[in-house]
Structure formats: structure tokens, C-alpha cells
Write a protein that binds this ligand. Sequence first.
Ligand code: GLN
Ligand code: ZN
Length: 753
Amino acid sequence: MTTPFGLSTVLGYPRIGPHRELKHAVESYWAGRIDADALQETAAGLRAEVWRSLRDAGLDAVPSNTFSFYDQVLDTTVLIDAVPDRFRHLGLSDLDTYFAMARGTAREPALELTKWFDTNYHYLVPEVGPDTVFTARPDKAVREYAEAKALGVATRPVLVGPATYLLLSKATGDTPEGFRPFDRLDDLVAVYADILGTLADAGVAWVQLDEPAYTADRTSDEIAALRAAYRRLGSVEHRPRLFVASYFGDLGDALPALLGTPVEAVGIDLVAGPANLKRLASAGPLRSKTIVAGLVDGRNIWRTDLRAATATGAVLTGLADHVAVSTSCSLLHVPVDLAAEPDLDDDLRARLAFARQKVDEVVALGRALRDGVGVLPPPPPAAPAAWRNDAVRARLDALRPEHVRRGPYAERAAKQQARLGLPPLPTTTIGSFPQTQELRQARAAHRAGRLDDAGYAERMRAEVAHVIAVQERLGLDVLVHGEPERNDMVQYFGEQLAGFAATVNGWVQSYGSRCVRPPIIYGDVTRTGPMTVAWSTYAQSLTNRPVKGMLTGPVTILAWSFVRIDQPLVDTANQVALALRDEARDLEGAGIRVIQVDEPALRETLPLRRADQRTYLDWAVGAFRLATSGVADATQIHTHLCYSEFGEVLPAIDALDADVTSIEASRSKMEILDDLRTTGYQRGVGPGVYDIHSPRVPEQAEVTDALRRAVAAVPADRLWVNPDCGLKTRGYAEIEQALTRLVAAAAEVRSTL
Ligand code: GLN
Ligand code: ZN
């Protein structure tokens, strides 16, 4: 069989549906409102809609198996039957076993959830031990292929590749010292060989194997293992043609390694990894290989300059026998359809492309490669002058190093302590309090116009008063207002800053059924007025204890938005930082003594390759300092970082120069303490002692124990006592119990100091 690859494809497509139909169906199924058949029917409808629309758009290579009820890595766990025994033994249907792995059951905790490379998508971490038995179970991929075939679309099933799967896995069970899941690659490749045979039997002509793990730093052994794996898969006699896709950056030495195997097609990301082009050129003429060129950005929402992309495509045509055009990665990371946005400004709309529009771009590029650029639409127009704000630019130009420097930490700490009078081991929380059903209902009613602005504000103020009263009763030292007014910690600021646009239907899957609607930063960012001051001062008016002002930091705002690409990220970050700087000053002026600037995404957007990390950390740290250095030394700046593996970024955390940093440490068994001790970290720190990601309430003795260990690593006058993240997903009953124990544990350890 020698079906050519075709000229145009996408590496994947959103599966949630244009109006989050999948989310609603899956959640209804979980709640018992619909049965499995109804869920399957909705899913089949969504898949059919995607295949038809991709084909009708003129795409000549259409992917399948990009649908998932929860996550494609979890699907791969099922594909190779690496389901952990603790879920097998539940005696549930296949579908319910699948959801049990994703969500946990009353007895079994779910698989761990973690970020997919440097994106805000989360996958379920596979558990692989030395004895995990892999078995080929390609039922889903085969079924979906047949389903599409029946609709007249011959598709290319997409699978996570074996090397990436194992590199993303964590070791489980009784693992011998030094065991890595990756050690099992040969066994897994044998199973993939079986899978290829089954797919070929089903009539599959091409299969896509995703190996994005190779756009991160890899050892030469890992690259050699990749080469060996694809030599072996390439030598399988009865198989579809192999397309190995990469994305999120430069493949480095893995590119020549892959080109040296019998795989028929290799995909490169030319948006995030332009260096791939040079690497390809130096690989020599590529006979009998198809290069799939990721020329359309799969992670951002701007229209592609099709003429520039065609020029790149033309260079490739000189290098390889066959060139196809694709998106740089799966379109999973962008909203479905610009046509579903009724309210966007025309100037902005003219510059945007969501998933459906990106398919048109890919098709146009494929045709241009064949027929020449004559057929292409002109490039997107330059940004209108109205998007520019010379005042903010002038302010940034005028900034000098002394503007982003605060006094020495020790002096600040003394002034803050004189003002705050806190006990050793002060207790606090991270910001949000439970988002109750009533709060959500009030928000929905407000959105639907059933509750007016005044009524809504009244409802939120009542909630703030309640949250303050609860904290006073529990005896916490530094209080929060609870963030009831915030739908989302980035969207909330995006809605108030100039230069940001919000979408109505621009949902992107974050994990499972959870979707987010990232705002679009399209122009210069400015603050049009105070954004949080009224809430914080109201909360402060109800208590004598300090209430923390609560802001989202510039790095996180950028990470969870679609960001303009017509200027360096650092410039956009600094514009956002200036707005936050003004907000912090206003909070301070209104009597707020402690301000927390959250940066949960700081670690997430760390570049995959070490060589790129320095530049990132420089601008990230610079923007944070710009946001936080406008206040007096006596104002205490906190930050919160939502990640447990901090060792490598600890110097950057130090450089943030926050007075207090709270860290998500409870799940990693406070390994961070070792890092803090060995690096001699000098500032205030609150390693989380209550894991809010689990409904389990810790015993007081556990908290006391954690604190004792922490006191051994960090001097008590710099150690804070707090949960490891916000409380918004929890219920009042559990958090009151947990916080009671947390306060009591702090008192207990304090009394022994
Ligand atoms: N202040 C935020 C909250 O408590 C922080 C959330 C986060 O770390 N993701 O909800
Ligand atoms: Zn957090």
C-alpha cells in the first residue's frame, strides 16, 4: 500500500465540541443523569462532526483517535493495558475504570495529574513498574478509524509514541534502586509492533506516533533508544506507514536520529522550534521521506502570515522528497471556532484564527506549496494605532534599576514586623475560600441578568464578611478576603485591564472536563482603575488583623492568556507588571499592609530546554519585581507558587525578592525543605502543610510533625504555616476542621520554641 501522506493535515483537534458538549455530557454521566449509551452517542456525534468538518475544509490527511473522554495519555494507558491493579480490582466497566483512574473513587486516589510539557493542559501520569505487563488493546483506535471510514473519511489514527509515554510515566510498586519506566522501552515497543499489525489489518494506511518528549533536553542514551525503537517499528512487516510527530520545540539530535530510521514521515514544529529547519538542511537530501512542516501555530490564536510560511515551506521542498503542511502541534490548545464569537471587535477578529480557521490556513498553505503563492490571501494587517499606548511605553522606557529594587530584606522584615506584630510561625491561607453552590448560583444569575450589579456586589460582600468571621473564629493571624468575586484568577484581571479581550465561547480544555477561557492580550496593557481595592479594604474594615491584598502576577497572567506576538514577551510582561504595580500602591495607600502576588505558573512555563531557561527566568523575575517593588519596605509582599519541584528554580525564587513565599509542598513530602536548608534560603517561606488537593483532612499530629521538620530547616521567625494552595475547590466542613488543626499545630510547635 503506498497511499501518499497528502499535502495538508493537523496534528490534532479540540474534542470538547463547539459548545463544550463533551464536558456537559461527561459531567451528566458522572452525576448519573445520563447513561453510558447516551454519553457514547454524544461522543460519536462530536467525532463525526470533527471528521466531516476537517474533510469538508479540504484537509487531505485527517487524524482520528484525537477524541478522548478525559486525556490522550490515559487513553494510551488503556491502549497498552497498563491500568494499575488497584483500578482493575474495582470490578467496574471499562468506561468506569477509565473514569476511576482519572478521578479516583472513594477508596482509590486518582492517577496523578500534571502539566503537559509547558502548556496549561494536564495529563494523567502513567504508573509503570518493572513488572507492569503491557498488552496491545487498540480497540479504541480501531473503532474510531472504522467509524470515520463509515462516514467516508479515511483517517490517520494518532497515538502517543512509546518513548514519550515512558518518559512521562512515573515508577511505581516495589521498584529496584535506579529503575526508570524508560527502561521498559523494548517491552513497550514490542506491544506497539502488535498494535501496528492490528491497525494494518483494519485498513489503516498511516499512523501518527507523537514523540514531543524529544523537544526537551534528552540524554544521548535516550536518543539512541528512540532510534532503536523506530528502527524496530519500521522493520515490522505488516504495518501502516509511520508518521512520527514532534512539537513544542526543536528536536535537536533526535531529528537526525529519527531521519535515520525507516519511518516514512517526520513532523517538526517550525513555530516553537525554528532551528529544526537548519537541522534538517544539514541532514542532507531526504529521499523517500515526508517532512510534515508545522507552520501554523497550534498554541496561539493569531492568523498566520501565509506568504512567509510558504517561503519556509519552499525551502523544505528543496530538501525533502515530499513536504506536507500541518499545525505546529495539536489544535487542542486553541478554542474551536472564531465564528462562535459574536462580540469581538472587528479589528481584532480580522487578526484571529481559532482551530477551525487554522485548518483553512493549513489547507491554503498546502495548495500554495503545490500551485504557488498567487492563490494566498494577503498577510494580516498591522495592528491599529489605537492599540498602542505611548504613555505606558514611555513609563517603561523611563524605568531605572533603582525603581525595581526594594530595601535590603533584613531591614524590610524588621519594619514589617514592627507594623504587623506577628507571632513566630504566623498562620495564613493562600487566598480563596470555598466557592459554594450559592456563590456559583449568584454568579450565574448575575451573568444571566437575573441578579443586578448591586445585588451581586451585596452577595459578595456578605461572603467576604463571612470569610473574615470564620478566620477570626479559627484564630488565623493574617487573613484573606476569600476571592468570592473571582471567576478565575487571570480572567478576573483580564476583564478589567485595557489591551485584553475576553471571548464568549473560547474554551480550551485544561484537564478532563475542565475548560478555561484564556483572555487575549492584543494591545498595550494599562489599568483603567483600581481592580481589587474595594474588596480588600472592605475585608480589612471588618477586622484588626492584617488582610492580604490579592493579585495575580504578570508571569501567570501571560501564561494563562493568549499573548500578542508582535513584540517580545518581556515587553508585554512589563506592561502587565506596571498595572499591578499601580494596583499594589493603591492597596497600600488604602491601608493594606500585606500584598500577595500569586505566580502559580512560574514553573509551568519554564522552557523545556535548559539553554532557554535563563532568558525566561530573567524576564519573569524582572516583571515580578517591577510589579512588587513600588510599595514601601514596611509593606509585606507575599507570593504563592503552585508547584512542588522547586530545587532547580530556587535561585529564581530567591531573585523574586518577595518577603514571604508559600509553596505547594505537602504532596512532595516537603522535599523542598532540603533545598531550602542546603541553599540557605534567607526569606520568609510557607511550605504547605495541608494538601488541599485531597478531601482528606490531616490529623493535627501530622501537621505538627511537618512543622517540626520545617522548623529544623527554616528559622521559626521566617516560617509560615499555611495550606498548600487556595481552598476554593473544598467544602467548609473539611477546611474548618483542617484549619483548626493547622492553627492548633502552629500553637503547639510555637510553645516549644
Ligand atoms: N490566591 C489563589 C487562590 O487561593 C491562588 C490560586 C493558585 O495558586 N492557583 O485561589
Ligand atoms: Zn497554588
